[in-house]
Design a protein around this ligand. Sequence first.
Ligand SMILES: *[C@@H]1O[C@H](CO)[C@@H](O)[C@H](O)[C@H]1NC(C)=O
Ligand SMILES: *[C@@H]1O[C@H](CO)[C@@H](O)[C@H](O)[C@H]1NC(C)=O
Ligand SMILES: *[C@@H]1O[C@H](CO)[C@@H](O)[C@H](O)[C@H]1NC(C)=O
Ligand SMILES: *[C@@H]1O[C@H](CO)[C@@H](O)[C@H](O)[C@H]1NC(C)=O
Ligand SMILES: *[C@@H]1O[C@H](CO)[C@@H](O)[C@H](O)[C@H]1NC(C)=O
Length: 557
Amino acid sequence: MRSVKKAAVWLFLAVERVLTAQIPLLPDYHEESLDFYSHFERSPRQWDLDEPHAVNATGNLVFETANSLLQHWANTRYRIGHTIIPGIVPVGTILYHGALSGPHIPTTPDWVAMEPEHSMVFCSGSVETGCWHVTFAVTRPMKVLYFDGSSAANIPEGTMDTQDLVAWSEMRPEWVDNEEQRIQDLCKWGLQNGINGLVRMEVNFEIMICNFTSHMEVISFSNLDSPRLKIGNVTDLPEDPNSVHHAFEIMHSTSWRENYPGETRIVLDYSALISFYDTDLVPSLMPRRVGLERWDHRVAGISPEDIERVEDRLAQVLERPPVTASGIDWKTVLRSVVDRYASRLDVMQYLTNITLDDTPVLLDRARKVQRQLRTMLAPYILLAALPPRDSVEVNATHSWAAPVFQGCATTHTSFIGTRGILTPSERLLLQAVQETSREICRVITRIWASGFIAGLDPLYPADQDIPADRIRTLMGEWKEDIARLMSWLDWSIWVKCRPACGVEEMCYLPTWPIGFFPPDHPFQAWNSASTPWPDPNEGEWKRPQPKCIRRLEPYGF
Ligand SMILES: *[C@@H]1O[C@H](CO)[C@@H](O)[C@H](O)[C@H]1NC(C)=O
Ligand SMILES: *[C@@H]1O[C@H](CO)[C@@H](O)[C@H](O)[C@H]1NC(C)=O
Ligand SMILES: *[C@@H]1O[C@H](CO)[C@@H](O)[C@H](O)[C@H]1NC(C)=O
Ligand SMILES: *[C@@H]1O[C@H](CO)[C@@H](O)[C@H](O)[C@H]1NC(C)=O
Ligand SMILES: *[C@@H]1O[C@H](CO)[C@@H](O)[C@H](O)[C@H]1NC(C)=O
């Protein structure tokens, strides 16, 4: 008993060491970031195919949120943001503003849209007077801060958490609709910190601009034919085809930013990313997530100490000259991993998703899975790692495949490990890529190794027929392993309309504000009159599921 307990304590200390490693301002990579592996190196289980990711590991969450930044689809699916990250709007970027108040450039903080479809909603005026619409060009790199998630959705379910924290150093649920106070206070903070814009997302991306003259110049300020949108007057809106059409065209313009590379007119600095899934920085949220599904993860509930730590980190990253980062293109590093595995895991899930009593089909499918695996793992299948033919008894641990696992799991990160300086944000991203790669490679190597031994590998086919019950058992295990892995990764790239939508349709996730308002609210009229007012805590409004909707008249959800 005593030695078991001692081992457990040791493991705890080792885990704790990884989780709480102090991060110096300019960390020396060689000493610090090898921690993740040195933890495993002290443990004989580092390349053990049966040793899954740590229970409370958040690498998968850091990975997928960082990989989804500025992409509309993933941030509509998971509305509650967990990332704050600075970026730049490059010189020459065109931004749009519909002037509600007539021909005046805002002199106080106000909003701009990335697309005119969005800004035209605010270009209001009668048929006689027309409306006023401004087009700006960015004249010098404009520093912005981006809040991920559906961060412009004014609902009390958590979409405002990270902004509350930056604006007020505490959660202010009573101000969920107080956009005026929010923009004033975020901009006051922003201007003190060299930030001229706050980037948020709802039906599309938008920027709160703090100073309209410091980084932009007017390209055109036009008195336009009024779009005559019935915004703010719902009397006959549901029947107003013009307004309904416009609402759908905003969503259409958003679909351009749905998936990778997302909104490219904002260039994020990943070396300054702050994640609320960072368990070093924000340990207080860890226990609050226990037992919750990802939809329900909140930033509210963060401890005052952690708020202070986040504020310090934010101040640090905003002060830091960019040259102190490694120069690594993290967006591409993350994407490379997704590219390699997303479609192949998807097809493997399809191949293993069959009933287990049809033996000829099972064998065919099992061989196809093995082909996928061999292709994925080929760069790491060392000749010397292969077990001698015929001498191998079935050994469930498949320890002979450890070098394959290791090669696969380290290929995207081992070079980064040799770089000099990484910022704390980069170390977090590195660890996220390491954890994610390790789990993917562990599962696929394990499946491949079991198929190899069974004689399913295309290059080493079995001499005799493989017993049907063996195939059945393997396929049953593979199906579970793949499902568990994909559910842990939870990549939004896999969430799509199946079957794909028709030409007159588009794939849609419930998107605030459409449908979120009571019948007498202007936005409610965008919804079809027959759909009831949804509760954001219920069903698909809480857990958005994709569906095909028409993108041409007649519209409807
Ligand atoms: C806005 O920027 C202009 C030009 O840089 C500057 O003159 C002005 O003082 C700024 N206004 C505020 C409120 O910071
Ligand atoms: C709303 O529109 C109706 C009919 O178009 C009009 O009679 C009414 O005055 C409008 N209400 C407001 C508040 O503008
Ligand atoms: C995971 O985190 C929760 C909350 O902090 C803790 O109670 C639990 O013991 C942790 N589990 C492991 C295996 O570390
Ligand atoms: C598995 O196949 C069934 C029947 O074709 C389908 O309904 C289900 O969505 C599939 N599951 C996955 C995870 O693809
Ligand atoms: C499986 O292989 C490992 C490593 O070679 C060995 O320690 C273990 O005893 C083997 N297990 C069986 C059941 O043969």
